[in-house]
Design a protein around this ligand. Structure first.
Ligand code: NAG
Ligand code: NAG
Ligand code: NAG
Ligand code: NAG
Ligand code: NAG
Length: 418
């Protein structure tokens, strides 16, 4: 099976009308003018340089801002107070613990819904702090229905990944998986049986240690993988997730006719958009709480501060990450790690107008100049009229929806390139 990120990309392709951003990948880094390679493989500035910015494909090792270090906390996800749109976030993790893309809806005062309406690519919720080994749990119930996938994953900027994935066609199984630097290895998946993930709220846990990782449901370990079992004799490297990662929760449409048949089959078939499992016009997953217990970084780490992780080498291994007091905040959506305080005059035009500032937002540059939220008026794809379905839920979410859905189009170029 293809990696989750790329399957998500395929879903987004439905809504694509192409993208102006130049593509980047390891070996083809971004130019100095748009130095940051987003999680989706496109060059830009601003949010491109924050969470997910890929140091292996960016202009230089300073282009991506350094990343806020792990913070141990139990996050009660009960309102949008701690959630900021990816079109507004500038890297200050002290202002919000979560960044969203899509429509997040507060529910019953004790949880958040990740929603998936027809014509959208669903919702992503990403932590602003990174984790570099730790015990991470999410208490949640999944969506149900064929073609609909709920995910709780750890994803690093060099695409190390540890996953829980829940296919809505089979709510008695939690699928575990992992990746190293995005390399697809078909033997990494493993199913763990549980009881109805839609009806029951379960606590899903990653125990991610430098030398092993385990997956547990309600405290019962269902799988353990040791680092020493992941040694790859082709490149003599451990294909083990080993770099700082963000916590990501998502709900996305794998069962779209535009997706690959393998993806559709994996997800249990095409999505039924008039399903009894929908409410208020959308599928939903319910997230109640995420807890993060940070472990110590590897003892060999180069440490000259305690605020932020940064890469010292584009090889992207554990030994290529250091901890410093680097600034993680950008001065504007036109700044990058190479020029973090850059904040052009709001009336300026010119070069900035062609820069991309939030992954996937085509030609958003000048909108960014007009207040740096820009999303609502972003160059909308042809399917944009469908997006408003998602905005009925809450006023904050409604300002998010147009831009964030467009933002997800960044997946598309990545999917085509990889
Ligand atoms: C972080 O700070 C260190 C110095 O402490 C510096 O060498 C490194 O280039 C900085 N990296 C980033 C991404 O800011
Ligand atoms: C996990 O279960 C699903 C059915 O729900 C199946 O399609 C998939 O192949 C299984 N994966 C593994 C690794 O056994
Ligand atoms: C990996 O390490 C574990 C724990 O140290 C040990 O029990 C196991 O035998 C090792 N496996 C391999 C393949 O070396
Ligand atoms: C070893 O790594 C290469 C890519 O670096 C990959 O193509 C191959 O599948 C890996 N081998 C195993 C046994 O996982
Ligand atoms: C969604 O937002 C659009 C534009 O802001 C508005 O015209 C539309 O009525 C809204 N839809 C719902 C269902 O609230």
């Amino acid at each position: 099976m293809r990696r989750p990120l790329l399957r998500f990309a395929a879903a987004a392709a439905l809504l694509s009308v192409g993208s102006a951003g130049s593509a980047c990948w390891p070996g083809n880094p971004c130019p100095a003018s748009t130095p940051c390679c987003s999680q989706y493989g496109q060059c830009g500035v601003g949010a491109y340089c924050l969470g997910g910015c890929d140091p292996q494909s960016s202009y230089d090792l300073q282009s991506c801002t350094a990343k806020p270090v792990c913070k141990s906390e139990n996050y009660k996800l009960t309102s949008l107070d701690d959630v900021v749109s990816n079109t507004e976030y500038l890297g200050d993790a002290s202002t919000a613990n979560w960044v969203s893309s899509g429509t997040v809806v507060p529910y019953a005062g004790d949880s958040l819904l990740l929603t998936l309406a027809q014509g959208t690519v669903g919702t992503l919720l990403m932590s602003t702090h990174y984790v570099w080994y730790g015990k991470i749990s999410a208490t949640m119930s999944t969506s149900q229905g064929q073609g609909v996938v709920t995910a709780f994953i750890l994803m690093s900027d060099v695409k190390d990944e540890i996953d829980w994935e829940f296919v809505g066609a089979d709510v008695d199984i939690a699928q575990s998986n992992f990746y190293w630097q995005g390399v697809t290895e078909y033997t990494n998946g493993f199913n763990i049986s549980t009881t109805d993930t839609w009806q029951n709220s379960h606590t899903y846990t990653f125990d991610w240690q430098p030398d092993y990782m385990s997956w547990a449901i309600d405290g019962v370990v269902g799988r353990t993988v040791y680092k020493n079992e992941t040694f790859n004799t082709t490149d003599n490297k451990y294909h083990y997730p080993q770099t700082p990662a963000r916590v990501q929760l998502s709900l996305w449409p794998a069962g779209l006719p535009t997706n690959g048949q393998g993806t559709i089959d994996w997800a249990g078939g095409l999505i039924d958009w008039s399903s009894p499992y929908m409410q208020n016009g959308y599928y939903y997953a319910v997230v109640e709480e995420v807890s993060v217990e940070c472990y110590s970084p590897p003892s060999s780490v180069e440490q000259n501060g305690n605020q932020a992780y940064y890469y010292t080498n584009s090889e992207g291994l554990q030994s290529d990450v250091a901890i410093g007091n680097n600034k993680t905040i950008l001065g504007s959506l036109f700044a990058s790690g190479d020029d973090p305080d850059y904040n052009p005059d709001k009336t300026a035009s010119g070069a900035q107008a062609t820069q991309q500032t939030v992954p996937g937002l085509n030609g958003i540059g000048n909108q960014g100049l007009q207040g740096q939220t820009g999303a609502e008026s972003a160059a909308a794809p042809s399917a944009s009229s469908d997006f408003v379905q998602g905005n009925e839920s809450s006023s904050k979410a409604s300002t998010v929806v147009a831009g964030s859905i467009v933002a997800l189009l960044g997946f598309v170029a990545a999917a085509l390139m990889l």
